[in-house]
Design a protein around this ligand. Structure first.
Ligand SMILES: O=C(O)C1=C[C@@H](OP(=O)(O)O)[C@@H](O)[C@H](O)C1
Ligand SMILES: C=C(OP(=O)(O)O)C(=O)O
Length: 415
């Protein structure tokens, strides 16, 4: 599917989509809890649907829709392969969860997920006594529990998602589990995991030096849970407001633990005008100046930050390029390529991305099957000197199915 974005000002209010990170965690934990949980506002992103499908195979009875899911949990050994769609979080989280059974379980996925690394999943699980195999570090993964437990050390430099899975599965181990994490990146995502586990009745003790201990014999409790709006999706709309008019994003918690809440700091350092309210945030156009930003803990902000930086006067520097290779596309390179088509020069210097602000040109861009590349190109298009086409725009369904409708309804006139 192709989408065309005409240059224009924007004005209006949009509702942030459901956070797929929060929704997937809650659906998984409701599956691990005996009894009935209700998950409100899980949304209808493809990643959320992949988690629902996987949890049904793990024994959960799930009815309802994105506004209200009723989940009757109590995990059972699946008799079928688990398909996690294109979701990195789902496959890495459910590989650990599938290790609570003593029968072999195979997990696989589709699209970009088939090229993404899975070694971080098996590294931790193998140390906990789980038998695991992958296809040379890629999908499919097969795991066979039980999880024995004990003290392990894992490397968190590539991804935090496997650690999320280990933490969630640990209450089912035969002994207490202590995990020391070297080089932990994306730490806010681990804080989110721990907060969600707490909401389902399981405690993780945080020890000094990025070390986490989970006492065995804790049981998840069924719970009613409300999924927050997504800061990652909201970030695109806030950048749209900052470069092209005025946007209010509602259904967003300014005190959320979500990593991508850090978009607020980046927008402020670029000189955008922001009003932060109890459940919403307004971003308004201002004279934007180049900014420096450390995105190692919030790698998903790179695409909206590049759209922002392209509209700033001067050279912006964003740290954390090394985190981008294993995403839905090799994001540093795809941003360089697609923004290059719009006349924006991006240099990659080790772990640093340097974005040269400029006037954006009309172009035909391509998402590379990556939702965040499609959304970044669409937002950058607002200030272009002509139309920008986005090929393979349906990629947005992975996290924000209403993205184009929301953007179009806020376009008001020529820029
Ligand atoms: O736990 C999560 O929900 C996520 C963690 C991050 O991945 P990494 O930990 O691999 O950086 C992020 O990029 C991804 O979109 C979602
Ligand atoms: C990388 C992402 O998700 P995941 O790793 O869960 O596929 C993302 O949403 O940008």
């Amino acid at each position: 599917m192709k989408k065309l974005v005409k240059p224009s000002a924007v004005k209006g209010t949009v509702q942030a989509p459901a956070s797929k990170s929060v929704a997937q965690r809650a659906i998984a934990l409701a599956t691990l809890a005996e009894g009935q949980s209700i998950i409100y506002n899980a949304g209808n992103s493809n990643d959320c649907l992949a988690a629902i499908d996987t949890c049904k195979k793990l024994g959960a009875h799930i009815v309802g829709d994105g506004s209200k899911l009723t989940i009757t949990g109590g995990p059972k050994s699946p008799n079928d392969t688990l398909h996690c769609g294109e979701s990195g979080l789902s496959i890495r989280m459910f590989a650990a969860i599938a290790s609570i059974f003593n029968t072999p379980v195979t997990l696989t996925g589709s699209g970009s997920l088939t090229n993404r690394p899975m070694n971080m999943v098996t590294d931790g699980l193998a140390q906990l006594g789980v038998r695991c195999t992958t296809n040379n570090g890629k999908l499919p993964i097969t795991v066979q529990g039980p999880i024995q437990g004990g003290y392990i050390t894992v490397d968190g430099s590539q991804s935090s998602q496997a650690l999320t899975g280990l933490l969630m599965a640990s209450p089912f181990a035969q002994n207490d589990v202590t995990i020391k994490v070297d080089n932990l990146n994306s730490k806010p995502y681990i804080d989110l995991t721990i907060e969600t586990m707490k909401a389902f009745g399981v405690r993780v003790d945080e020890l000094p030096g990025n070390t986490y201990r989970i006492a065995v014999n804790q049981k998840y409790k069924a719970s009613n849970f409300n999924v927050e709006g997504d800061w990652s999706g909201a970030a695109f709309m806030l950048v749209a407001g900052a470069i092209a008019g005025e946007v209010e994003v509602i259904n967003i918690n300014p005190k959320s633990l979500q990593a991508d809440r850090a978009i607020v700091e980046a927008l402020l350092s670029a000189g955008a005008s922001l009003s932060i309210r109890e459940n919403s945030i307004v971003a308004k156009r201002a004279n934007l100046k180049a900014f420096d930003f450390d995105a190692r803990n919030c790698p998903d902000l790179f695409p909206p930050l590049v759209a922002l930086a392209a509209n700033c006067n001067g050279q912006s520097k964003i740290l954390g390029v090394n985190r981008l290779h294993g995403k839905e596309s090799d994001r540093a390179l795809t941003l360089q390529q697609e923004f290059g088509k719009m006349g924006v020069k991006i240099e990659l210097v080790g772990n640093l991305m340097v974005v040269n602000g400029t006037s954006i040109k009309s172009a035909i861009t391509y998402s590379h099957g990556d939702h965040r590349i499609a959304m970044a190109c669409a937002v950058a298009a607002l200030s272009a000197n002509g139309d920008v086409e986005i090929e393979n725009a349906e990629a947005v369904n992975k996290s924000y199915p209403n993205f184009f409708d929301d953007l179009y309804k806020m376009q008001v006139d020529n820029f």
